[in-house]
Design a protein around this ligand. Structure first.
Ligand code: AHG
Ligand code: MN
Ligand code: MN
Length: 297
């Protein structure tokens, strides 16, 4: 089945389908650019004080271009922009991380794009649970997509010029695999050290690339595991962005029967107070997330 037929079978409107297709068109274009253009830095910084890669800036432009040419989109926000931008009168609001893992570009590891679609005139005041659609594209040896329109989470693959559903109904259940982000804070957090000891002494498999997209993608495909990116006393909210990274990943995870919390609250209940808001995140199978919450209280 192709993605269009799948969306039709979920009663997704033509307008919303067209927004999804615009995002995927941007993704296809970015996948070509990754192979062919400059992989160096752009010489600029984003609002988080991070050095932008030339491909961060280009990927953002490609997203903007595709979304601006879709009359159903009224608002956009990007990890690489300073604020949300009203671009038209359409009902849909699209936010995105145009290139996740861009610091890995030079190493030729997989990178991705993460996106969410809401129906709102501002992202301020929305919560992750208001998402209509969430997804991410993986630029790896294959071009793949993980997406949810609130009917479970599926995987699609780009083949012969179209997106085909390659795995429907992805489920994340218990299993011994862990992706421990921000490990360098262990010097500030003994509890994180104890959690690592638990995983290592109990035969868990370490799977961590440093890119949120591939690190979480494998959890969906293997059907087990956990990804965490905790904060620390000097940086309590960690690094990952609630609107652009945590909320879409949490939506996809809950639709696959896993959970996602910040240690106290469900990620999808957290209300966006500023576009650049960050949050710690523990995301994966139910029991494993609960274990992390017990260790990292
Ligand atoms: P981005 O490339 O969009 O800035 O995001 C990178 C993120 C995420 O992909 C990953 O989980 C995390 O940064 C890793 O960060 P550190 O290596 O700094 O811990
Ligand atoms: Mn990112
Ligand atoms: Mn990014």
């Amino acid at each position: 089945m192709n993605l269009r037929d799948y969306l039709h079978s979920c009663y997704i409107s033509e307008d919303l389908t067209s927004v999804i297709m615009s995002i995927l068109k941007a993704g296809k274009e970015i996948s070509e650019k990754i192979k062919n253009v400059d992989i160096g830095t752009a010489g600029t910084e984003n609002i988080y004080g991070e050095e932008q890669m030339a491909l961060d800036v280009l990927s953002d432009k490609i997203f903007q271009q595709e979304l601006k040419s879709n009359r159903n989109v009224g608002l956009i926000a990007s990890e690489e922009l300073h604020d949300e931008i009203k671009i038209g009168d359409g009902n849909y609001a699209v936010c995105y991380d145009p290139l996740d893992g861009s610091s890995l570009i030079d190493t030729n590891l997989s990178v991705g794009s993460i996106f969410s679609i809401y129906e709102s005139s501002s992202f301020i005041g929305v919560a992750g649970k208001d998402q209509l659609v969430a997804g991410f594209i993986v630029y790896g040896p294959r071009l793949t997509l993980i997406i949810s329109v609130s009917h479970g989470t599926i995987e699609c693959s780009y083949k012969d010029n179209e997106w085909l559903v390659t795995k429907d109904n992805l489920i994340v259940s218990e299993g011994k695999m862990f992706a421990p982000g921000n490990l360098r804070i262990i010097s500030e957090r003994d509890d994180y050290m104890k959690l690592m000891e638990f995983w290592m002494k109990n035969g868990y498999t370490l799977r961590y690339s440093g890119g949120m997209v591939p690190d979480i993608n494998q959890i969906f495909l293997k059907g087990k595991g956990i990804f965490i990116y905790p904060g620390c006393p000097s940086k309590p909210e960690g690094k990952l962005r609630l609107l652009f990274e945590c909320a879409p990943m949490a939506f996809l995870m809950e639709q696959a029967k896993g959970i996602a919390t910040d240690g106290n609250a469900r990620i999808l209940d957290k209300v966006i107070q500023s576009i650049d808001q960050k949050s710690p995140i523990y995301l994966g199978s139910i029991e494993e997330v609960k274990r992390v919450q017990t260790y990292l209280s």
